[in-house]
Design a protein around this ligand. Structure first.
Ligand code: UDP
Length: 453
């Protein structure tokens, strides 16, 4: 086949938080399913380094990774604003991706035949239209969050431009499937439209109906009302997850020793604590959390890598070293799958929630931002597979109560049954004729046929 005839799927990553890894895993699945198709994965240098050093990646000949500019001025000194890096990156888009793509096409002779991009990068819609190729948007979170973004304008109409404080307790029952979500659960990027990041997401909400398909790390049946509503508004919604299930679990060399340590603990006794790729709770909450674990004598495995705060917990880690372990990075999928883990204390990031469902481990949620508050509502009020912390923050007594509830009380047992039910649903979706399997086949078709429908 000549270069001109080869299908060439170009993936654009949003280089922050947990976004790039699930996109890369999806590209890998596609590359395995379509070995004659060429895949290019575009990401910033820093994020490429991060993703490729952490993930247990199988090497495919038909995937090539490329660096794009991050927009940071040479020698830039950061101010401490967590959004700063994101804003520089947004400032560099879409020209950084466009330039790199032109170079790659020139170098390889392979024209792009599909843009498969993080949904956040909604400029891809116009870029794909200019090239006359399909845009496939990958939404790395769940159906509730993408649906909420799609209703940004309507929410503003109902709740006011700035999310008035008196509206915070109001539920979003005027939106399909959102009766459990409160105004206070909304991501700041939906409430305030005045930052480059929120403008990017607002533009995404308007672009998604133009995508040939929107792909989700989710499975049919997890939120049927929201799923049906999304399907009525978007051209094609493809739940192809949960992402961790269709691919066999990556082999782990257990370098961190987490799995061997877990094997020394009793069944369903350990609290696994992790707050994702970007977060550490504030100091007083860390102390309260540690105090509750110490008081209840709960064995714990803690993924903790914020050196600026570790001193706060040094005494706790030393006093409890016989029943606790702290690591900088845990092989989370394998940890959650270990029979000794009884509860996941989490910030409720979507990947973490999905991974807990896949493993059948109930959750204690302390959400911070983005979709995390909405995920917590689903976990606690809709699926009943976990509980949010009392008052929304870690306190010693609130956390001790939550640990008790999930690990030792009847309600915790019920949560385990409920999460087992969701897990079964996920397993059916990825079975041979399951919905996620079928959706993945449709995705392969859309992404790799070299003309626009
Ligand atoms: N993760 C991991 N080990 C750790 C901490 C996090 O493997 O010690 C992974 C976790 O399995 C998940 C991702 O990092 O896939 C975090 O994604 P999530 O959506 O939960 O949170 P975010 O980082 O986007 O806030």
């Amino acid at each position: 086949m000549s270069a001109a005839e080869t299908a060439h799927v170009v993936a654009f990553a949003f280089p922050f938080g947990s976004h790039p890894t699930p996109l890369l895993h999806l590209v890998q699945r596609l590359a395995a399913a379509a070995p004659t198709v060429h895949f290019s994965y575009f990401n910033t240098k820093k994020s490429n380094h991060n993703v490729f050093s952490k993930a247990n990646l199988h090497v495919y000949d038909n995937i090539k990774a490329y660096d794009v500019e991050d927009g940071l001025p040479e020698g830039h000194a950061f101010s401490g604003n967590p959004l700063e890096e994101i804003e520089f990156f947004i400032g560099a888009t879409p020209e950084n991706f466009r330039r790199r793509l032109d170079e790659i096409v020139e170098e390889t002779g392979l024209k792009a035949t599909c843009l498969l991009t993080d949904a956040f990068l909604s400029f891809s819609s116009e870029m794909a239209a200019e090239m006359g190729i399909p845009w496939v948007a990958v939404w790395t979170a769940g159906p509730t969050a993408v649906s909420i973004h799609s209703y940004t304008d309507l929410i503003h109409g109902r709740l006011g431009q700035t999310g008035h404080p008196e509206n915070q307790d109001q539920t979003l029952d005027f939106l399909p499937g959102m009766a459990a979500i409160h105004a206070s659960d909304l991501p700041q990027e939906v409430v305030h439209l005045d930052t480059p990041f929120s403008r990017l997401l607002h533009s995404m909400s308007r672009s998604l109906p133009r995508a040939a398909a929107v792909v989700l790390n989710s499975f049919d049946g997890i939120d049927p009302v929201v799923e049906n509503d999304l399907s009525s508004k978007l051209r094609k919604v493809l739940n192809v997850g949960p992402f961790p299930l269709p691919s066999p679990m990556p082999p782990s060399d257990d370098q961190s020793g987490c799995l061997s340590w877990l094997s020394t603990q009793s069944a369903a006794s350990v609290a696994y604590l992790s707050f994702g790729t970007m977060l550490t709770p504030p100091p007083h909450e860390l102390v309260a959390l540690a105090d509750s674990l110490e008081e209840k004598q709960i064995p714990y495995l803690w993924s903790f890598r914020d050196n600026s705060k570790i001193n706060l917990l040094q005494g706790f880690f030393e006093r409890t070293s016989s029943r606790g372990k702290v690591v900088e990075w845990a092989p989370q999928l394998q940890v959650l799958a270990h029979s000794s883990v009884g509860v996941f204390v989490t910030h409720s990031g979507w990947n973490s929630v999905v991974e807990s469902i896949v493993a059948g481990v109930p959750l204690i949620c302390r959400p911070f931002f983005g979709d995390q508050m909405m995920n917590r509502r689903r976990v606690e009020d809709v699926w009943r597979i976990g509980v949010g912390v009392e008052g929304g923050i870690f306190t010693k007594s609130g956390m001790a109560g939550a640990l008790n509830l999930v690990l030792f009380e009847e309600e915790g047992k019920k949560m385990r049954e409920n999460i087992g039910g969701l897990r079964e649903c996920a397993l059916r979706a990825v079975a041979e004729n399951g919905s996620s399997t079928q959706n993945f086949k449709s995705l392969v078709q859309i992404a790799t046929s070299s003309h626009q429908d």
